[in-house]
Ligand binder design. Structure first.
Ligand SMILES: NC(=O)c1ccc[n+]([C@@H]2O[C@H](COP(=O)([O-])OP(=O)(O)OC[C@H]3O[C@@H](n4cnc5c(N)ncnc54)[C@H](O)[C@@H]3O)[C@@H](O)[C@H]2O)c1
Length: 251
């Protein structure tokens, strides 16, 4: 084990870790010395990423809980604490996108976006705080927001509402648990090429999106990992309540 690793001997739980940015963060955390609980509703993807992490020489546990199910989340967290003894880092990365105008959005669609993107962050954070971080008076919580609530955009009201909620949740919670030595921050990515956006960034829309980015390229998952490692490490010890925009210059 390299002593200069930033997350040496830390235990991380990453929701939505089976692909996209969650997977990239899981692999980066392992490279920095962490053992990782990889959650994803797609359990086979979670297992694949767990195997990749094990091949890097670290322990990993795959879990298929739906983050919008609070009982499943509690079971996942208990299982993780039973195996590893603690959770030092929680990354709330699981999320879904809905691209639809408001008049076309039905109650169930609105509810599902809020349930996964906002309730899921609440359930996972509450459970990890209760079962590990508050008793140990230490921890790092990193949640995925987005630039959508910051800049406004058509056809993504439900998504923007859920991610705006994550930004408010992050600020409020940081005040509540700061005295317990817990850092609470969020990352707001811009436009990143993943399966979530593969149907959204096509043809003229893709060109339109690119024109809004200062760097004139759509991001890739590894563009986010440096910020995630920073927020998970002691390099960000004096930061809390912040939403860090990583968008290649959109906002
Ligand atoms: N891609 C972008 O441009 C972009 C921009 C801003 C924010 N985000 C946010 O970043 C995060 C990661 O997005 P991504 O682009 O890597 O997406 P992705 O679709 O590649 O990965 C998301 C993962 O979350 C999992 N997931 C979905 N619902 C779940 C649930 N209920 N319980 C557990 N796992 C669930 C999916 O199975 C998937 O593996 C999301 O919160 C997303 O909203 C993405």
């Amino acid at each position: 084990m390299n002593e200069s690793m930033k997350l040496k001997d830390k235990i991380a739980l990453i929701t939505g870790g089976g692909k996209g940015m969650g997977r990239a963060i899981g692999l980066a955390f392992a490279t920095e010395g962490a053992d990782v609980v990889v959650n994803d509703l797609d359990y086979s993807n979670a297992q694949n990423v767990a195997a990749e992490i094990q091949s890097l020489g670290h322990q990993a546990l795959a879990n298929g809980a739906d983050v919008s199910d609070s009982q499943a989340v509690d079971s996942m967290v208990k299982q993780a604490v039973d195996k590893f003894g603690q959770i030092d880092i929680l990354v709330n990365c699981a999320g879904i996108l809905l691209v639809k105008e408001i008049g076309e959005t039905d109650d169930d669609e609105w509810g599902r976006v809020i349930a996964v993107n906002l309730n899921g962050v609440f359930y996972c954070t509450r459970s990890v705080l209760t079962h590990s971080m508050l008793p140990r008076q230490s921890g790092k919580i990193i949640s995925f927001a987005s630039v959508t609530p910051l800049r406004g955009e058509g056809s993504v009201c439900a998504y923007a509402a859920s991610k705006g909620g994550v930004i408010g949740f992050t600020k409020a919670l940081s005040r509540e648990v700061g005295r317990s030595g817990i850092n609470v921050n969020a990352i707001a990515p811009g436009y990143i090429d993943t399966d979530q956006t593969k149907d959204a960034f096509v043809d003229r829309t893709r060109e339109h999106v690119m024109r809004q980015i200062t760097f004139r390229r759509i991001g890739v998952p590894t563009d986010i990992v440096g910020t995630a490692v920073f927020l998970a490490s002691e390099d960000s010890a004096y930061m809390t309540g912040q939403t860090i925009i990583v968008d290649g210059g959109v906002v």
